[in-house]
Design a protein. Structure first.
Length: 206
């Protein structure tokens, strides 16, 4: 990949559509979707040229664009594998076993955190809270979230990806959305609703 970057004609149209969503004078607010668009065009990472190009399009100093690109872990500034495995290791995920998940990734992929497999298929990273703590531990792979992951399910997911399959995302334990782990915890017994006699209007109580 070259450091030079230019949006394709198709993506330039998409970029213009993103910019048009913001009011006059606020076009710089499109910096995040434009970085994402550039990253997708460039195989998952942002060369310096993309930062410069976006800065020019939005009339920003390149350092301002770079500040955004370096703040969010979703933007990558160096080449990555075809699949990016981002394991959340912030406290809720850590308390629920993210150390074992990271270990399973290292074992299945034969690489460490921050590394890419020699075949260029996988990059492993640790990230901060992915915003889905209720189903911790959480692993983001490409554009999908895998939740309630443990060492066994993580290894299974990686093996499926190696075979070129797309494993089912979401909870790996069958939890429904963010329902309590292990099923309902409240209102599990019979609920008796007592009928309430309504007094007739206008009739004073004796
Ligand atoms: S701490 Fe892992 S998703 Fe929030």
């Amino acid at each position: 990949m070259s450091e030079h970057f230019e949006f394709t004609a198709e993506n330039m149209e998409k970029a213009k559509a993103f910019i048009a969503r913001y009011p006059e004078g606020r076009q710089r607010s499109a910096v995040m979707p434009l970085l994402d668009l550039a990253q997708r065009q460039n195989g998952g990472w942002l060369p310096d040229g993309a930062v410069d190009s976006i800065a020019e399009i939005l009339g920003m100093a390149p350092i301002r664009v770079l500040e955004v690109a370096t703040f969010y872990s979703m933007y990558k500034l160096s080449p990555v594998g075809k699949h990016q495995i981002n394991v959340c290791t912030t406290t809720p995920c850590w308390l629920r076993g993210s150390d074992e998940v990271v270990h399973a990734c290292k074992k299945s992929l034969g690489i460490g955190v921050g590394e890419t497999t020699v075949d260029g298929k996988f990059t492993l990273a640790e990230v901060e809270c992915a915003g889905a703590c209720v189903n911790a531990p959480v692993v983001e792979i490409d554009d999908e979230y895998y939740e309630d992951v443990d060492a066994e399910s993580m290894a299974r997911i990686i093996e499926a990806l190696k075979r070129g399959e797309k494993p089912a995302s979401g909870s790996q334990t069958g939890r429904q959305t963010s329902a309590p782990d292990g099923g309902p915890q409240t209102l599990t017994g019979d609920v008796t609703v007592k009928s309430v006699k309504k007094s007739k209007p206008g009739k004073a109580k004796e």
